[in-house]
Design a protein around this ligand. Structure first.
Ligand SMILES: Nc1ncnc2c1ncn2[C@@H]1O[C@H](COP(=O)(O)OP(=O)(O)OP(=O)(O)O)[C@@H](O)[C@H]1O
Ligand SMILES: [Mg+2]
Length: 371
């Protein structure tokens, strides 16, 4: 999938079976809606102060020297602004942007075709770069370092590689799995920015901006209410904002205030911390049926009527991050926060102590961060 931006602002397709209101990922339809809310300039991009500062230096310096900037790698969980930043880079440089993605590059030839048609100064956005085919990866190393691509002509022993010089360009790679990138590829990026979850205050700014663009009157308290249920993720914040706007339009007076936010999010069963029905049923099963655990993942999954994989990949990452569930070698355990979140009394210390120990084991284990 390649082509200039504007031709659908083609984000890479993400394989996603179930998309819930509070998940970080997005489907094609949502991505189309989102493009209207994307900040176009670095100055409009909320939060991520460190990455923003560093990036603005990289761009400013390149502009000053009249050169293309170093290749840029952006990593971080879904919905935090990687695609948005890639587009900002091109915009700030006044350079054309070409968009493609790892899954679209299954053969070295696919990449050769893209690279050999790049124009001087162009920005090539490679989304989901960790999903590119291996032979293409090798071609990319050379292109990034030497601005050269070897076009193979013919097959078998008679095949010859014709080197083709490329004009200077900048690759912006994005990945939710920086750890899955081979070292040599990672090393060829002169600048790596890691995006982190947003604070509630930053999400409020995102919401204020989005509501203005949508022409939806959001009150300060309404924004605060949506922000704290958005799991640190602008994409989720914008999504909840749209649901609250629906509610205000159909059942309210059109104003997105605190009451509208609460009522709308109750309809969608998104609770105070941004947990949805599945998240809550996992916590409830853990506490009510298994006395706080430890309980094996598959048993827990059966108890909530879900596939183990769904529980592990959809519900657990956020619950783990918030300390609402513990993962130990003997199974999942409730933490004091789990009990409290369900409005239950935390069991006496004697039964909580093993949990604390299990929690330590959890951090020693350093679980792989969710993608
Ligand atoms: N810092 C920000 N300020 C304002 N809006 C933001 C910011 N970051 C993200 N958004 C909004 O959140 C939405 C999702 O952002 P984006 O598509 O850039 O995420 P992503 O990191 O590329 O996600 P994925 O990994 O799924 O591709 C966009 O609509 C964008 O407008
Ligand atoms: Mg993206």
């Amino acid at each position: 999938m390649t082509g200039p931006v504007g031709a659908g602002e083609a984000d890479a397709p993400v394989d996603q079976d179930s998309r819930e209101l509070v998940e970080g990922g997005a489907d094609a339809e949502e991505r189309a809606v989102e493009s209207a809310l994307r900040p176009r300039r670095l100055g409009e991009f909320v939060g991520q102060r460190v990455v923003r500062d560093q990036l603005s230096l990289v761009l400013e310096a390149a502009r000053g020297r009249g050169h293309t900037p170093d290749h840029i790698l952006l990593s971080g969980p879904p919905g935090l602004g990687k695609t948005t930043l890639a587009m900002i880079v091109a915009h700030e440089l006044g350079a054309p942007l070409r968009v493609t993605s790892g899954p679209a590059i299954q053969h070295a030839g696919d990449l050769a075709a893209v690279l050999s048609s790049l124009e001087e100064g162009e920005v090539l956005f490679l989304d989901e770069i960790h999903r590119m085919a291996r032979p293409a990866e090798e071609m990319l190393y050379v292109a990034m370092e030497d601005f050269r691509v070897d076009i193979v002509v013919g097959k078998g022993p008679g095949a010859t590689a014709i080197p083709l010089d490329l004009p200077p360009f900048t690759i912006v790679g994005a990945t939710t799995r920086a750890g899955m990138l081979p070292g040599p590829l990672r090393d060829r990026f002169g600048f790596t920015g890691h995006l982190d979850f947003y604070s509630a205050a930053e999400l409020e700014q995102v919401l204020t901006r989005s509501s203005r663009l949508l022409g939806a009157p959001l009150t300060e308290a309404g924004g605060r209410e949506i922000a704290r249920r958005s799991r640190g993720t602008p994409r989720i914040a914008n999504r909840l904002l749209r649901r609250v706007r629906d509610w205000a339009q159909v059942r309210g007076d059109g104003v997105l205030d605190e009451a509208a936010a609460r009522a709308a999010l109750a309809v969608y069963a998104v609770d105070e911390l941004g947990l949805d029905r599945l998240d809550r049923s996992v916590l409830e099963a853990l506490c009510h049926r298994f006395g706080g655990g430890p309980v094996g993942l598959s048993t827990l999954a059966v108890a909530v009527g879900e596939e183990a994989e769904t529980v592990e990949t959809v519900a657990e990452p956020f619950l783990l991050r918030e300390g609402l569930i513990g993962r130990t070698p003997r199974g999942r355990v409730a933490t004091p926060a789990t009990w409290r979140h369900l409005g239950l009394a935390v069991p006496p210390v004697s039964s909580v102590a093993p949990v604390a120990a299990a929690q330590r084991a959890l951090f020693d284990e350093a679980p792989q961060s969710p993608g």
